[in-house]
Design a protein around this ligand. Structure first.
Ligand SMILES: N[C@@H](CCC(=O)N[C@@H](CS)C(=O)NCC(=O)O)C(=O)O
Length: 229
């Protein structure tokens, strides 16, 4: 049996971790079923002593970190459709991973963070808030007040993504790959964590996101959308 420990809100149906969404999509791409085990900030240690999700346990074998899990799935299940689309594509996906972690998600963070407290259990909230405010360099309320400025900066950061998706269906080409799931995880974070729409309907990113929401019988689309705080 495969188990996936993933982030959940105080409402366990709220699943808003960008990294966990990468792996939910990767498992579905490979045609694998996993038992989902919800984990909340500040809870017990995870398998292998890990402190962050996602953690995958495949018949007792523990793999932590979304990138390591994706590579594990590709190697351990070579008969399923390739997650990366080949060796060269995997090398290119490394850039998209780094761009998502270092550019896209940091640009989205000040937009998402002020809406996230709704998901955090009261006993975990003070520590959660302190670490997030330290990362922001200001209070959540101050970040919320600067929303328009952050939205403009996030849209500027999305420029290369928009340019590519105006010219091809997916980052993986004609079919989605792990590169798409990596970037898509960031938009699921916004959608399921914050609930605010940041994309216009005529934005190529909007259409691409819609296609990913529909994939695998609406796996991601059926997930609970946050109520904008
Ligand atoms: N590099 C890790 C990052 C994972 C990560 O940051 N997970 C967050 C949830 S989105 C977490 O578990 N945070 C626990 C905490 O902050 O206590 C990955 O790619 O899996």
């Amino acid at each position: 049996m495969i188990e996936l420990y993933e982030l959940a809100g105080q409402d366990p149906s709220a699943r808003f971790s960008p990294y966990c969404w990468r792996i939910r999509m990767a498992l579905a791409h490979k045609g694998l079923h996993a038992k989902l085990i919800p984990w909340h900030f500040g809870e017990r240690r995870l398998p292998g002593g890990n402190m962050q999700v996602p953690v995958l346990v495949d018949h007792g074998h523990v793999v932590a970190d979304s990138t390591a899990i994706a590579r594990y799935l590709e190697d351990a299940y070579p008969t399923g459709p390739s997650l990366f689309g080949g060796e060269n594509a995997e090398a290119h996906a490394n850039f998209i991973l780094a761009w998502t972690d270092q550019v896209l998600q940091p640009a989205l963070f000040p937009l998402v963070a002020p809406d996230l407290p709704q998901h955090i259990k009261p006993d975990a909230l003070p520590a959660w808030r302190a670490t997030r405010e330290e990362r922001l360099g200001m209070s959540l309320a101050e970040a919320a007040a600067r929303r328009e400025q952050y939205l403009a900066a996030a849209h500027a950061a999305m420029g290369p993504l928009r340019h590519v998706l105006a010219n091809q269906a997916f980052l993986g080409g004609s079919e989605p790959t792990y590169a798409d799931y990596t970037v898509f995880g960031a938009f699921q974070w916004v959608r399921c964590g914050s609930g605010r729409e940041i994309l216009a309907e005529d934005d190529p990113i909007f259409g691409w996101r819609d296609q990913l929401l529909d994939l695998f019988d609406g796996l991601a689309g059926d997930c609970k959308v946050a109520e904008a705080a």
